[in-house]
Design a protein around this ligand. Structure first.
Ligand SMILES: *[C@@H]1O[C@H](CO)[C@@H](O)[C@H](O)[C@H]1NC(C)=O
Ligand SMILES: *[C@@H]1O[C@H](CO)[C@@H](O)[C@H](O)[C@H]1NC(C)=O
Ligand SMILES: *[C@@H]1O[C@H](CO)[C@@H](O)[C@H](O)[C@H]1NC(C)=O
Ligand SMILES: *[C@@H]1O[C@H](CO)[C@@H](O)[C@H](O)[C@H]1NC(C)=O
Length: 423
């Protein structure tokens, strides 16, 4: 008689407890737009920090999100005091880890090389630059007068396929949205180093530039959001949101028109059978008055036949172009690749300031001791000016092209190129 009643009470209490747990968990996961960086890495740096209770730390970071140096960099600075006599070369002594690394099951080898020791905080100027870029994004996303397709879509309603540019590194809690033609090979190589997803002679690569380019671009080298559905089924969106909330999210963009010129030069002014067959032949037939263009890229090049920049612009403006497939990623707008109004990016890099931004970002991510951004070739910009490239494009087409890419200009703070848009 008493036992079933007792059991019922236990059942009710148990259920209440479960509901409470769910509520607490949900609150932690919810829709709050904080972007605290939670170190996930068992790498050489994080062990210096004592394990922190998750929630107080999150709250702590919420109050100081605008300040890049957190308690981690204070500890770095402290550790660095003991290394001041070092030269910063790879042969320098590695700081001794306080914790017993071998206790970590996932730890396969320790320690890593440490060659970059920063004693000075990130320059205030660079932090301000990031604050401005983040604020601009927020303002533009809130600005009703600026509208573009997908702007009002909620994250849950973004098609799985459209999440394929978000690369996740669970080891360090980093999400990178890659925009082709914006140093993305180098950043993909860096992500492979960080996530240790590729081995060379049985150990993960440590030098980004040693990662073969084709492997950096092979989608099987990266964990991307669109793969979550297959792995985690109905939990995938929930998991993505947890990661979006906790991880540090970054992307790199560049002037949209310069990016288009770069894509054109790279894909159509060099022998590239894939792009020739998929796009150039079509452009030549439709806009170039070439009913039977050469069968291969090399034949076309030998005959001096390739689409002009103006024909490429015509292709982009043609309503027919996106009837079957969206723009190829090399010229698809960054806002369509990276969903900046659904994903609150912590770091917005510009190719125009790549070296400074890369160094700042790696320090903000606390991985500047494990990976160095590959030195960029000095000759990044188009050899001719934007105006030269557009001189063959009719004014009306230029203006329509600007409309097509205007969200990228405005979201990421690029000036409207008045010189080529006004008569
Ligand atoms: C680290 O942990 C391993 C396994 O738990 C143990 O055998 C070893 O003695 C520990 N080392 C130190 C320095 O505590
Ligand atoms: C998008 O959302 C904003 C605010 O929620 C609203 O004012 C605007 O009309 C919406 N735009 C469209 C095209 O639905
Ligand atoms: C990508 O990598 C996988 C696994 O290494 C390989 O099977 C596949 O052929 C590669 N794809 C391309 C396009 O190279
Ligand atoms: C950049 O490239 C152009 C040709 O593409 C070349 O003429 C120029 O000398 C290069 N500049 C530098 C600094 O290498």
């Amino acid at each position: 008689m008493g036992t079933p009643r007792l059991f019922q009470i236990f059942l009710v209490l148990g259920s209440a407890f479960m509901v409470l747990l769910i509520i607490i968990y949900w609150d932690d996961v919810g829709t709050s737009h904080s972007y605290g960086h939670t170190p996930f890495s068992p790498g050489p740096k994080t062990p210096h920090t004592p394990p922190q209770p998750q929630r107080p730390q999150q709250r702590h970071q919420r109050h100081q999100t605008s300040r890049t140096p957190s308690f981690l960099s204070d500890i770095d600075a402290f550790v660095n005091q003991f290394l001041e006599l070092g030269t910063g070369e790879p042969t320098d002594p590695v700081p001794v880890d306080a914790t017993n690394q071998s206790e970590r099951a996932e730890e396969r080898y320790v320690p890593r090389r440490e060659w970059k020791i920063h004693l000075t905080p990130v320059a205030a100027e660079l932090q301000q630059r990031q604050e401005q870029r983040r604020r601009l994004l927020q303002e533009m996303c809130a600005e009703d007068s600026m509208w573009f397709p997908g702007k009002n879509t909620s994250f849950d309603d973004i098609a799985n396929k459209a999440l394929d540019h978000l690369i996740v590194d669970d080891r360090h809690g980093i999400i990178y949205c890659y925009v082709p033609k914006v140093a993305c090979t180098h950043w993909k190589q860096v992500m492979i180093i960080l996530s240790e997803s590729m081995l060379q002679d049985g150990v993960p690569y440590t030098n980004p530039q040693a990662v073969p380019r084709n492997m950096a671009h092979n989608s099987s080298s990266h964990l991307t959001f669109n793969k979550f559905w297959h792995r985690y089924g109905k939990f995938s969106h929930h998991l993505m949101k947890v990661k979006l909330k906790k991880y540090t999210k970054f992307l790199f963009v560049r002037d949209p028109f310069v990016r288009l010129i770069s894509a054109f030069r790279n894909k159509f002014l060099q022998t590239n059978d894939n792009f020739y067959n998929r796009f150039a032949q079509f452009m030549l037939r439709r806009y170039g008055n070439q009913p039977t263009p050469p069968a291969s890229a090399s034949e076309a090049f030998a005959a001096g036949i390739y689409p002009t920049f103006s024909q490429f612009v015509q292709y982009l403006l043609d309503p027919q172009t996106e009837k079957t497939d969206p723009f190829n990623e090399h010229w698809r707008q960054a806002y369509r690749l990276c969903h900046p109004c659904q994903i609150q990016y912590d770091f917005v890099g510009h190719l125009e300031t790549l070296d400074e931004d890369a160094e700042h970002l790696l320090r903000q991510l606390k991985v500047d001791n494990i990976v160095e951004f590959p030195a960029s070739p000095r000759n990044l910009s188009a050899s001719h000016s934007v105006a030269d490239w557009f001189s063959s494009v009719p004014l009306d087409a230029r203006r329509r092209l600007y409309k097509l890419y205007e969200p990228d200009f405005r979201l990421f703070g690029y000036e409207r190129p008045d010189a080529i848009l006004e008569e």
